[in-house]
Design a protein around this ligand. Structure first.
Ligand SMILES: [Mn+2]
Length: 406
C-alpha cells in the first residue's frame, strides 16, 4: 500500500490555497503591530516535531473492552505505514517511538529503511516489563525491575539492555523506562527496599547506555498498581535520575499525576535542575485517560508550553526535551486523532512563542512593585523625587580616602 498520492493532496490544497494565503497575510499584519515577525514564528514551528508512539496507530481500549476499527495495522511495518501518512499530511511528526517487544521484527535494518522510505526516523525506544511475553521464564505479575526475586529482576534488566541494542540499530538515542511495579494493598511492599531494588536494576541498564544516549525515567501515580507505585511522582523520579547520573532524566506524562497537580510547575523545577527528559502528551479529565492532546484542557497544555518556551528562550543549561504523543484512541480513527493532536501540540507551541517575554517580565515586576506599595518605575520615581539632592544638602561632603565599605 502506497502513501497518499501527491495529486490528491494538491487537489485538496488547490481549493483552499487562496484563503490560507489571505489569512496568513492578515495574521502577519496583526502580529507585526505587536512587533512579532511571523516568519520567525513560522520557522520555529516548522522545526518543531513530536514523535508518534507506534502503539498509537492501533485502536486502543479500556480494561473492559476494545473495539478494533477497520484496517488495523498487523505489524510494525503497517504501523510505520500509518505513521508515514500522518507525517505526509500533517508534517509535525517526523519520528516514531517503538515499543519492545510489541514492535519486534526479524530485520531491524529493513525496518530502518522502511521508515526512511516514509520520511521517518526513530525517537526514544520503550521497554515493556509491565506485561508477560510468550515464553518468558519469570512473570512480572508482582514486579519487574523491583521484584523481590533476583532472577526476575535480571530478566527485566536484560530486556532493557536488549531494547538499547535494538535502538542502536535503528538510530534511537534514548531508552524510556516505565514500570508498572507497585502494590495494591498496604503492607504488600516494603517501600524503601523496592526503591533500592529499582536503583540497583536501573544502574545496570544505565551502565549499558551508549555515550550519546539518555535514559528517560517515567513516573506514574497509579495503575496497574492501585495502592502504591515505586516511581509514583517526579520526586521519586528525580531521586532516581540523580542517583543514576547525568544521562538519566525525568519524563513527564501529562496523565500520570494526581488530580489538580500543577504540572507546569514540575516542568519548571525539572528544567531548572537539568533533569527534564521530555513529554508524553495526551489529555485527561479524571486520571490517565489518554485522550487526544489539548482536547480537554488546552490551557493546561499552554501553561506547560509556556514553561518550555521560557526555558528555551532563557537557554537553561541541559534543556533538550523529547516530545512524544502517548494516547489511547478507543473510539476514533487513530490517524485522525494523531494528526489533530500533533497539530494541537504544534498550535500550543506557537501560542507560547507569541508571548512577549520581555514585556511580560517588565509588566510582572511593575505589578509586584505596585502591589507591595513601591513605584512602578523605581528609577524614574527616584530621580523625580530629588532625594539625592536633598541628601547632599543635609549630609556633609565626604573627603576622599579610605575603603568603600562602611
Ligand atoms: Mn507515557
Amino acid at each position: 500500500m502506497a502513501q497518499i498520492h501527491r495529486s490528491i493532496i494538491d487537489a485538496h490544497n488547490d481549493g483552499l490555497l487562496r484563503h490560507v494565503r489571505n489569512d496568513y497575510e492578515h495574521l502577519g499584519e496583526q502580529l507585526a503591530r505587536r512587533n512579532v515577525d511571523i516568519e520567525t514564528v513560522r520557522a520555529q514551528v516548522a522545526a518543531f516535531g513530536v514523535a508518534i508512539p507506534s502503539w498509537g496507530v492501533g485502536t486502543g481500549g479500556t480494561r473492559f473492552a476494545r473495539f478494533p476499527g477497520p484496517g488495523e495495522p498487523r505489524n510494525v511495518f503497517d504501523k510505520l505505514q500509518d505513521c508515514g501518512v500522518i507525517q505526509q499530511l500533517a508534517r509535525a511528526t517526523p519520528t516514531v517511538s517503538l515499543h519492545i517487544p510489541w514492535d519486534k521484527c526479524s530485520d531491524w535494518t529493513e525496518l530502518k529503511q522502511a521508515a526512511a522510505n516514509q520520511g521517518l526516523a526513530f525517537d526514544a525506544i520503550n521497554s515493556n516489563t509491565f506485561s508477560d511475553q510468550k515464553g518468558q521464564a519469570h512473570s512480572y505479575k508482582f514486579g519487574s525491575l523491583t521484584h523481590t526475586d533476583a532472577a526476575t529482576r535480571a530478566q527485566a534488566v536484560a530486556h532493557n539492555i536488549e531494547c538499547i541494542e535494538i535502538g542502536r540499530q535503528i538510530g534511537s538515542k534514548a531508552l524510556t523506562v516505565w514500570v508498572g511495579d507497585g502494590s495494591n494493598f498496604p503492607g504488600q511492599q516494603h517501600f524503601r527496599r523496592a526503591f533500592d531494588r529499582y536503583l540497583d536494576s536501573t544502574r545496570q541498564i544505565y551502565a549499558a547506555l551508549p555515550a550519546d544516549w539518555r535514559m528517560f525515567l517515567e513516573h506514574k501515580i497509579c495503575e496497574p498498581a492501585f495502592y502504591s507505585t515505586v516511581i509514583q511522582d517526579w520526586g521519586s523520579s528525580f531521586l532516581a535520575a540523580s542517583a543514576l547520573g547525568a544521562k538519566a532524566q525525568c519524563l513527564v506524562d501529562l496523565g500520570h499525576h494526581a488530580p489538580n497537580v500543577n504540572i507546569e510547575l514540575i516542568v519548571a523545577r525539572l528544567a531548572a535542575a537539568g533533569k527534564l527528559a521530555g513529554f508524553h502528551f495526551n489529555d485527561s479529565k479524571y486520571g490517565d485517560d489518554d485522550l487526544d492532546a489539548g482536547s480537554v484542557a488546552p490551557y493546561r497544555l499552554f501553561l506547560v508550553f509556556n514553561e518550555l518556551v521560557a526555558a528555551a528562550h532563557e537557554r537553561v543549561a541541559g534543556f533538550a526535551p523529547a516530545y512524544m504523543l502517548d494516547q489511547s484512541h478507543n473510539v476514533t480513527d487513530p490517524i485522525e486523532s494523531l494528526m489533530t493532536s500533533a497539530a494541537q501540540v504544534q498550535r500550543t507551541y506557537a501560542q507560547a512563542l507569541l508571548v512577549d517575554r520581555a514585556a511580560l517580565d517588565a509588566a510582572l515586576l511593575q505589578r509586584v512593585r505596585l502591589d507591595a506599595g513601591g513605584a512602578i518605575d523605581p528609577v524614574g520615581a527616584y530621580r523625580a523625587s530629588g532625594y539625592r539632592r536633598q541628601a547632599a544638602e543635609e549630609r556633609p561632603a565626604v573627603v576622599g580616602g579610605g575603603g568603600g565599605i562602611v
